[in-house]
Design a protein around this ligand. Structure first.
Ligand SMILES: NC(=O)c1ccc[n+]([C@@H]2O[C@H](COP(=O)([O-])OP(=O)(O)OC[C@H]3O[C@@H](n4cnc5c(N)ncnc54)[C@H](O)[C@@H]3O)[C@@H](O)[C@H]2O)c1
Length: 322
């Protein structure tokens, strides 16, 4: 029976990934999570194939002699609002935790998956972007740039470590993963709009609202990363995102408002008036996923209209709090 380590396994992506592995395999799962951005999920921790360890990765070490077949390293500060609290510390946290996981992967011969970011494509990537384009570093130093550059440093670390060590790794660049149980405190846009619309409070859209995003349903995302982990592919980088689900943020606000029959007004605001100068809003981000499709035949099933429909039908599950 394979043994899988998931850091951040109680978080949004971690919960869905754990459920998928429990459903589709007989693997044993070890979750390490500090619960800094999540709460324990009873149905997961009480499963006989799950061991849950509540610990910050700073302090956790695997028991001597414990071997893993796969490591999904998900734990990280994330979310446009949550990352603000980690200014100046985030790069150290992201890189040092990844280095620790990479050394565990090397020692135990596990395949390691690292969650990187689509923010490496810069904030104006209107064309569907392939993995091998130049990274774009914004001239303005912000907290969001610290997040993006630390994730890039992580990709570089893995690439170079694998040259001199027997390391198998995958880097994933996710494009706006959405779905039930996404914590609205991170500042992610769909839970935020839903929360405001459900209370008939003004929906605040940043800037002119014309920035476009593509949204990827958590079920499709999990399918993609699971297939990659199970495949022979290694030491490479993959976009995971649904290119067809492109929508402007203003359009998204209007659609959520209409679907909820909400009385909310939609206000265009400068986010810096809400969160200060350290806040940075991203612009267009659209992936090219030919590489993922060619590797594992990935076919996302969730279209934008169905995501919005589910958002509204499962409102309470989206407004999960921690
Ligand atoms: N959700 C997205 O759209 C998205 C986009 C790009 C990248 N990612 C990446 O995917 C990963 C998971 O994201 P998510 O949306 O599930 O986030 P999340 O905040 O829901 O989950 C992260 C989990 O990690 C835990 N954690 C954080 N720091 C920890 C630490 N030091 N020690 C132990 N546990 C810790 C948190 O308690 C939480 O349960 C992150 O690496 C993130 O950078 C997510």
């Amino acid at each position: 029976m394979k043994k899988v380590l998931i850091t951040g396994g109680m978080g949004f992506i971690g919960k869905f990934l754990t459920r998928k592995i429990l459903r589709d395999t007989d693997y044993q799962i070890i979750i390490v999570d500090s619960l800094v951005a999540s709460v324990e999920k009873d149905e997961i921790i009480s499963h006989d194939r799950v061991t849950f360890i509540q610990s910050d990765l700073d302090h956790w070490q695997p028991p001597v002699g414990e071997l893993y077949d796969q490591i999904y390293h998900l734990a990280s500060p994330v979310g446009p609002v949550r990352v603000l609290k980690f200014a100046g510390r985030m790069s150290g946290i992201i890189v040092s935790h990844l280095e620790k996981m990479a050394n565990i992967a090397i020692a135990t011969k596990a395949k390691l998956m690292f969650m990187s970011t689509s923010e490496l494509y810069g904030f104006h990537a209107l064309e569907p972007t392939k993995e091998d384009v130049d990274k774009i570093v914004s001239p303005k130093i912000t907290v969001r740039l610290e997040y993006a550059m630390a994730k890039l440093m992580g990709e570089i670390l893995l690439h170079n470590l694998a040259i001199s060590n027997d390391l198998s790794y995958l880097c994933i660049r996710p494009f706006n993963i959405v779905g039930p149980e996404q914590n609205h405190k991170g500042g992610f846009v769909i839970p935020r709009f839903l929360q405001l619309a459900s209370k008939n409070e003004a929906i605040t859209v940043y800037g002119d609202g014309k920035m476009k995003r593509t949204f990827t349903h958590i079920d499709d995302f999990i399918e993609g990363i699971f297939l990659l982990m199970e495949s022979e592919y290694k030491n490479d980088i993959y976009n995971v995102g649904t290119p067809d689900n492109v929508i402007s943020i203003l359009d998204l606000a209007q659609k959520i408002k209409a679907a909820m029959n909400s009385q909310s007004k939609i206000n265009l605001v400068d986010p810096k008036t809400l969160y200060g100068d350290a806040f940075e809003e991203a612009y267009d981000k659209i992936p090219n996923v030919d590489k993922l499709v060619a590797a594992v035949g990935w076919k996302p099933k969730w279209l934008m209209e169905d995501i919005i429909k589910q958002t509204v039908e499962l409102e309470k599950d989206y407004l999960f709090d921690s």
